[in-house]
Design a protein around this ligand. Sequence first.
Ligand code: WQD
Length: 340
Amino acid sequence: MQTNILVTGGAGYIGSHVTVRLHEEGFNPIILDDFSNSDKSVLDRLKKITGKSFTCYEGSILDEPLLNKIFSEHQIAGVIHFAAKKAVGESVEKPLLYYRINVAGLVTVLEAMHAHNCNSLVFSSSCTVYGEPDKLPVTEESPKKPASSPYGNTKQIGEEIIEDAVKSGMALKSIALRYFNPIGAHPSAEIGELPLGVPNNLVPFITQTAAGIREKLTVFGNDYDTPDGTCIRDYIHVMDLADAHVQAIAHLNSIAETSHFDVINVGTGRGNTVLEAIKAFENVTGLSLNYTIGSRRPGDVEKVYAEVEKSAKILNWKTKYSLEESMRDAWNWQKRLSGL
Ligand code: WQD
């Protein structure tokens, strides 16, 4: 009898990669997605990779009757909750949309879990909760800083909601995974980050520039206090990130206590500058990227990368992919999208 895991946002960038790995590890992922930031063709591509047509419910995490239907039709052992809005800039323009989806949506999922005695939750959080860390590498005990965007605030609030629910004595075991910078795509190039509009993030902008979709990349500032003046980030391959989720849900299912909350950094533990990321892309593709140095982007953190001891200890997990391999897979995905 397979263990059913509800993956909200399971047709999305990270959710689809987690769906593949859950299946490969013997779980039965059930997808809930409103396809607002994905496409139904992802389901066909998941079948191409795994040979399986996954059960998928189309709809919103705010749709309480739908959630009750899902929990009534399946014995759900745990939930991995990805479904959320995630564009920093958009969250500044549309804060209420972000609080409705990311905060009210999480509460709706938690209420449905409680109503159906499902008590394991992996929550998609972000290193954005640390803001500009005082010390590096950043540990889970590093202080959370006031959020620099409504998006970042919804992640902080999400963690607090879950912690308060656990403290209330609700039968809930939860791990909030604080992602660093997810990049890359499944090595098959069947799934990856679907481009919607002009990319905000570095790596999709790099690959679209290399594919000729964007004229050039602008590096947002080279006057930071870093070895080459450009910002430092912890770029983690989405497949490594997916494995951390499988380990997290398995860990939760193994915990005897009925109430548990923890936060875990999910990064490589390595920091790379923007110029190093560009160099890695050029090395692995043999291409020369057209980029210029521009002014700083408001709100950017100068440097952040993860301390990874806790994830190694609790999840028995560490990353396997290098920055170059992440860039290789990101480029293969872009070539697939662009028909190159
Ligand atoms: C990385 C670096 C930019 C684009 C954000 C969210 C975070 C998470 C990941 C959702 C920075 C530089 C970028 C460009 C550039 N999102 N850059 N030119 O800002 O670290 O994190 O996305 O979960 O919560 O905050 O990622 O890829 O936007 O930027 O120079 O065209 O690349 O300045 O230094 P970021 P990013």
